[in-house]
Ligand binder design. Structure first.
Ligand code: AMP
Ligand code: ZN
Length: 468
């Protein structure tokens, strides 16, 4: 039986114990990037929340089928391709490749499916035809619109008031604000020079909202468990997805809706004009460690705004380093002969607190707090009575769980020279000290320090870790 998990469902506005429709198998749809540019760290915050969601569900014993769409046709991609004079495919291929590079850099696990909107034109057309059969659409100037007055539940996710909408008022843009709640476009007639498909709906292209309904239901079924995005997706995008999907099938589309709050920068909205707009590439160019960036972006629970600051990024780097240093100390310290100074029960209580945090609507701050409490206990034990073989094995498995779910545990870094060589030099230094040849002992320490190897003399012998 998988472990229980609680989610705050945007639809019901309540904390709910999660039960997938098919026991043990979670089907989830995560809105993906519009591939007209490099993704920014705000987008990445949302993709990392979805990565933590996926990894946690797996660690808790569920099988996960995740879909993330790639929006390769909308107002922005069409404009971008046109301004460069290249085909839509050539233009979007470039940013799809960059997107995969970026998520790989941040150790985001791959979803099962990454459908491109332009590969699902047939399914989108069929969905519009179904909606037409059920009386939800009308055609105006060659474009097909969804008449929101025909869908009584319109507004149930975002809580907007549909009574204020003027009958017949339409919106053609892919993105619009709550003040513009109107009949929205399903299939847009192509303007001269724009990409289009010759279909029974006429020469045109899908509106943005349509792809997620069509691809979600094709790949996950007409009803599935979880749908996510950031808060800006609630209206109009997800509201429209519900209308399109439930309008066509008459069945509930999604059970649990999860929305990440936005990332802001130094307290302000991230905007190119404000000069506080960062892509992952910008941060890597400034020399920041991908693992520290990942740590920072997951450190605040997803339902809260995350304020990105460079101080925060330095603190995150220190957090990652602390994990690495503790692991290295552990690796280079022989086990305590007896029970040692770290009771096995302390490690068990860590796992309880860590899993309990994640099970509480993915409270990553609580989970990270538990990790640091464990590191403190491990370091204190290493400073005093040492750690037994059994406690050590439990700590190793606890850290493996941290890595499986949060993905923030650094890999052992290659050293300037092999571990055996460093161990040999340390043994030579210990021998020199016993022989009171302090000049030789100091020379060895100095040589190692220059290679980034820091020595620490403990009651159990000398251990080492890397600076940085
Ligand atoms: P887009 O490429 O604009 O479709 O966005 C991809 C995902 O990133 C969507 O789920 C957006 O809601 C989300 N997103 C956009 N801006 C931010 C932000 N500042 N913070 C967090 N998520 C964002
Ligand atoms: Zn979507």
């Amino acid at each position: 039986m998988p472990r229980e998990i609680l989610f705050l469902n945007t639809m019901t506005r309540r904390m709910e114990t999660f039960h997938p429709l098919e026991p043990g198998h979670v089907r989830m749809y995560t809105c993906g990037p519009t591939v007209y540019n490099f993704v920014h760290i705000g987008n990445l915050r949302t993709f990392l929340f979805e990565d933590i969601l996926r990894r946690t569900l797996q660690a808790f014993g569920y099988r996960v089928t995740q879909v993330m769409n790639l929006t390769d046709i909308d107002d922005k991609t069409i404009k971008g391709a046109a301004s460069e004079g290249v085909s839509l495919r050539e233009f979007t291929d470039r940013y799809i490749a960059a997107f995969f590079q970026d998520i790989d850099t941040l150790h985001v696990e791959r979803a099962e499916h990454y459908p491109r909107a332009t590969d699902f034109i047939k399914q989108q057309v069929e969905l519009v035809q179904k909606l037409t059969d059920r009386g939800h659409t009308y055609v105006q100037d060659g474009s097909t619109y969804f008449r929101i007055a025909t869908f009584g539940a319109y507004g149930k996710l975002s809580g907007i008031d549909v009574n204020q909408v003027k009958a017949g008022a339409r919106v053609d843009a892919d993105e619009y604000e709550k003040e513009d709640v109107r009949d929205f476009v399903l299939w847009k007639a192509s303007k001269p020079g724009e990409p289009g498909w010759e279909t029974p709906l006429g020469l045109g292209r899908p509106g943005w909202h349509l792809e997620c309904s069509a691809m979600g239901m094709t790949l996950l079924g007409e009803s599935f468990d979880i749908h996510t995005g950031a808060v800006d997706n609630i209206f109009p995008h997800h509201e429209n997805e519900i209308a399109q999907s439930e309008g066509a099938t008459g069945k509930p589309f999604v059970h649990t809706w999860l929305h990440a709050e936005h990332l802001i920068v130094e307290g302000q909205k991230m905007a190119k004009s404000a000069g506080n707009f960062f892509t992952l590439r910008d941060l890597l160019e400034r020399g920041h460690d991908p693992l520290a960036i990942r740590y920072l972006l997951i450190s605040v629970p997803y339902r809260q705004k995350l304020n990105f600051t460079f101080d925060g990024l330095h603190a995150a780097a220190a957090g990652v380093e602390r994990i690495g240093n503790t692991m290295r100390r552990l690796a280079h310290t022989p086990p305590a002969a007896g029970d040692g100074a770290l009771p096995v029960s302390e490690v068990a209580s860590f796992t309880e607190e860590f899993d309990g945090g994640l099970a509480d609507d993915l409270n990553t701050a609580r989970a990270l707090g538990a990790v640091h409490t464990l590191l403190t206990k491990v370091n204190q034990a290493l400073d005093s009575g040492g750690i037994s073989v059994e406690a050590r094995a439990r700590v190793d498995s606890a850290l493996r769980r941290v890595d499986a779910t949060l993905g923030i545990v650094p890999k052992a870094e290659p050293v300037a020279g092999s571990d055996a060589e460093i161990d040999g030099l340390i043994a030579e230094r210990t021998a020199a000290r016993s022989a009171r040849d302090f000049a030789r002992a100091d020379a060895i320490r100095k040589a190692l320090t220059e290679r980034g190897v820091v020595l620490e003399d403990t009651p159990h012998g000398t251990v080492w870790h890397l600076t940085k």
